[in-house]
Design a protein around this ligand. Structure first.
Ligand code: PMT
Length: 320
């Protein structure tokens, strides 16, 4: 189906409204995002909406079990830091408890093992941080506090597929006021399958009923209404993940031809930290992280953001 067709976009929107219940907090979050975009847009700043992490797809309405995926949120969290370094204001639409900018560097560290007490005067105690256990913590804390003080990062959480879909629509509408100053960087790993509420059992599925067979429907691709209706002037980047590298570029090109957005960042599951291709209608940039760079702590996201920020500048000059 050609999603660039306006009727297809309308069909996707229709399915979003009918099949995915809108969470009650979406309107409130939309106002926050619109105010954030308005404030930074008025200051001449670009705003990027980053999606990050996987989505949770419930199997029961009183959910005990759900389907999830591999995404850690590292791509999104690292990219957020590099966009901030490049002068963007960032809306970070991320999966609850996935990796978060700055704190991501210490995920997996037992914080309590990095702390100790020091006795001060008159019985006072101070807590000391072992900087060997938390490498670079002073610089990271400084940057985190500066970002917080300047209000350049707006975090928004989702857990379920429904929350993700409605918040993405709300964010796109909230950013439409700043036109080509807005970028969408869709790095989340969104489920392609779900069970409609009308077909979902209410209570915990009983193992005593024997092996489980489930039938799932296709999730509508949100890129279609996003590009056509919700934020038609924005600079939109989708991601394409494959496990078979031989089909990656063809799939990336097909996505561009279908949705007619600006670029696809193509990556393969096993090599995603060291290689991506940024594919546009008429170009392909292969970005590679060398072993030497990796050892120095350089991240591939720095190269991705450098490439996309330059392309965004060009896009803005053509769509002023
Ligand atoms: O989080 P990490 O562990 O660091 O991993 C990073 C990553 C591999 C998740 C990331 O680099 C990545 O590739 N994210 C997209 C993965 C993916 O799900 O691709 P896809 O082929 O299923 O989807 C293609 C695009 O369509 C995505 O940009 C997605 O935002 C969009 N989409 C997907 C589903 C949907 N219903 N609507 C959409 O618009």
């Amino acid at each position: 189906m050609a999603h660039s067709d306006p009727l297809a976009s309308a069909a996707v929107e229709g399915r979003l409204c009918e099949e995915f219940a809108m969470p009650s907090h979406v309107e409130e979050v939309k106002k926050l995002m619109a105010a954030f975009a308005g404030q930074h847009g008025a200051a001449g700043r670009r705003v990027v909406l980053i999606t990050s992490g996987g989505t949770k797809v419930p199997l029961e309405s009183r959910t005990v079990r759900f389907l999830d995926n591999f995404s850690s949120g590292r791509r999104g969290a690292s990219s957020a830091e590099h966009f901030l370094d490049a002068g963007y204001a960032v809306i970070f639409l991320h999966r609850h408890r996935s990796l978060y900018p700055y704190t991501r560097r210490y995920a997996g560290v037992n914080l309590l093992d990095s702390l100790s007490f020091e006795q001060g005067g008159e019985g006072a105690e101070r807590v000391l941080v072992d900087q060997q256990q938390l490498p670079g913590i002073a610089a990271v804390l400084r940057r985190y506090q500066a970002v917080k003080a300047t209000g350049l990062l707006l975090p928004v959480e989702f857990s379920t597929l429904s929350e993700y879909l409605h918040l993405l629509k709300a964010s796109a509408q909230a950013l439409s006021s700043i036109g080509s100053h807005a970028m969408f960087y869709l790095a989340a790993a969104v489920s392609d399958f779900y069970i409609p509420a009308s077909e979902m059992p209410e209570h915990k599925i009983q193992s005593s009923n024997g092996p489980l067979q489930i039938s799932m429907k296709m999730v509508p691709k949100m890129l279609s209404p996003l590009v056509k209706n919700w934020a038609p002037k924005a600079f939109v980047i989708s991601f394409k993940l494959e496990t078979d590298s031989s089909i990656l570029l063809e799939r990336a090109r097909r996505a561009l031809a279908t949705y007619k957005h600006q670029a696809v960042v193509a990556n393969v599951l096993d090599t995603r930290r060291g290689y991506v291709a940024v594919v546009t209608e008429d170009s392909r940039h292969e970005l590679v992280l060398t072993d030497e760079e990796a050892q120095k702590g350089v991240e591939i996201e720095e190269k991705i953001i450098c490439n996309l920020a330059a392309a965004h500048t060009q896009f803005m000059s053509q769509h002023a």
